[in-house]
Design a protein around this ligand. Structure first.
Ligand SMILES: [Ca+2]
Length: 433
């Protein structure tokens, strides 16, 4: 019925593994929904730097520097880990803001994705990836990559390049306020924020510093690369719906076929017919929104001068105006970062994914196991990370006992439970698993 009454959905299923993903567990030939497991085939985040600070400390970007808007740039080549360390130390020690005081930091976090990725692992507390390392399934905080990361961060800490509030986890200022005040000079953030026309983005980091400091310049780069010239991007695998509407559409199991045909037809058109889907999501062009460029081939923008009660909810600001439709080639990217995104798509695709195991079909007890053990795992890993980075413990001497502490707190049970879930890469490649 999907092929007959929802042909555009059928094409999407062909493209995104849907025929494999949505199979009803106990009913051959039946489908339970419109979900997808999609490899996100483009990086959504980049390194953001204060370019005026790089200029002040005399560090040249790699690759070609491209100006996309007033005081907004991207460069086509990432920095290496060695360069990143030099930048962080210079930002802390060489007075990049020129006020004569040593009062700035490189970063304001202990966990910076782009550096963790350069060491070959991804994850954070609350977003706990697992992946294979040398054939062994591990939680991210137990990998050799994490160990190397923590070792690297000790040098940044020694040089005063890390905001000490990141160590204590406490501050009177938010990260957004610190960035706006020019207290640190590099962070990871979404490429999507690089949009001066978007007021909600201008009100938060990283863009807010362009308004608070008139001489500030920002530069995006691809994620820092490790010794093998590779990085990894967190958020590589997305599980969800193909379509915003279908995500909220539930159809009774016993609905008659003639009604189901009409439901499928509506889902097909509202989501995948270009004109109808634009109308359903954003309203009428010229009345509710403007095209940023050519109709159906550019991003959604607010109408200049029009008062919106809430531009975000009305779909002309924020993520929805960018990510709203399946076909992001057609509607996706604001002109300010289109070039950067195209560069990343062409050059960084193979650096996207570390696939581990995931309970795609909600068919194992992994969520119970995680609920039982993860809070204590977080305490152990977070404490170790802080103590190692600040030099309270020697990593070479304590790494094995750290792993033993994790094991004593349920680590092996987590791995055993994950081993029963689906191997994501094998599944996406149609190999079962
Ligand atoms: Ca200073």
């Amino acid at each position: 019925m999907i092929e007959e009454y929802a042909p555009k959905v059928a094409v999407a299923f062909d493209q995104y593994n849907g025929w494999n993903f949505n199979v009803a567990p106990d009913d051959a030939g039946a489908y339970i929904g419109f979900g997808a497991l999609r490899e996100r085939d483009f990086p959504a985040h980049s390194n953001w730097y204060r370019l005026d600070w790089l200029e002040a400390v005399g560090i040249e970007p790699n690759g070609e520097l491209v100006n996309t808007a007033d005081r907004l740039y991207y460069t086509t080549e990432p920095f290496t880990l060695d360069q990143f360390k030099d930048i962080m130390i210079a930002f802390a020690q060489n007075d990049p803001d020129g006020n004569g005081e040593q009062d700035t930091f490189g970063i304001s976090t202990l966990l910076i994705d782009s550096v963790l990725g350069a060491f070959g692992t991804i994850g954070k507390f609350g977003d706990d990836y697992n992946h294979y390392e040398n054939g062994e399934l591990k939680m991210w905080y137990a990998t050799d990559g994490f160990r190397s990361y923590v070792q690297y961060m000790t040098d940044l800490y020694d040089a005063g390049a890390i905001d000490p509030d990141a160590i204590t986890g406490q501050s009177t200022l938010t990260g957004h306020q610190k960035w706006a005040a020019g207290m640190f000079g590099a962070q990871d953030a979404g490429i999507v924020y690089a949009d001066p026309a978007n007021k909600s983005f201008m009100g938060r980091a990283p863009m807010n510093v362009l308004e608070s400091i008139p001489t500030a310049k920002l530069m995006l780069t691809p994620f820092t690369v490790g010794s093998n010239r590779k990085s990894q991007y967190r958020g590589s695998v997305a599980r969800g719906s193909y379509f915003t509407n279908a995500y909220f559409t539930f159809v009774g199991a016993h609905v008659q076929d003639d009604k189901l045909a009409r439901i499928l037809w509506m889902i097909d058109d509202i989501n995948l017919d270009p004109e109808l889907s634009v109308y359903a999501y954003f309203g009428e062009p010229g009345r509710h929104f403007d095209w940023a460029g050519e109709p159906f081939n550019s991003a959604i923008s607010a109408i200049p001068g029009k008062e919106y009660d809430d531009p975000y909810k009305e779909g002309v600001a924020g993520f929805d105006a960018v990510w709203g439709l399946l076909d992001r080639e057609r509607l996706g990217w604001k002109p300010t970062y289109k070039g950067f995104n195209e560069y990343l798509e062409a050059n960084q695709r193979d650096q996207m994914a570390i696939f581990g195991r995931f309970d795609i079909f909600n068919a194992t007890d992994i969520s119970d196991v995680l609920a039982k053990y993860l809070p204590e795992q977080h305490v152990i890993a977070q404490t170790y990370m802080v103590e190692a980075i600040t030099g309270k413990v020697n990593i070479d001497e304590t790494w094995d006992s750290y792993l033993a502490d994790l094991r004593a707190a349920g680590y092996d049970d987590i791995i055993v439970a994950y081993e029963k879930t689906t191997d994501v890469r094998a599944h996406m490649m149609g190999e079962g698993g």
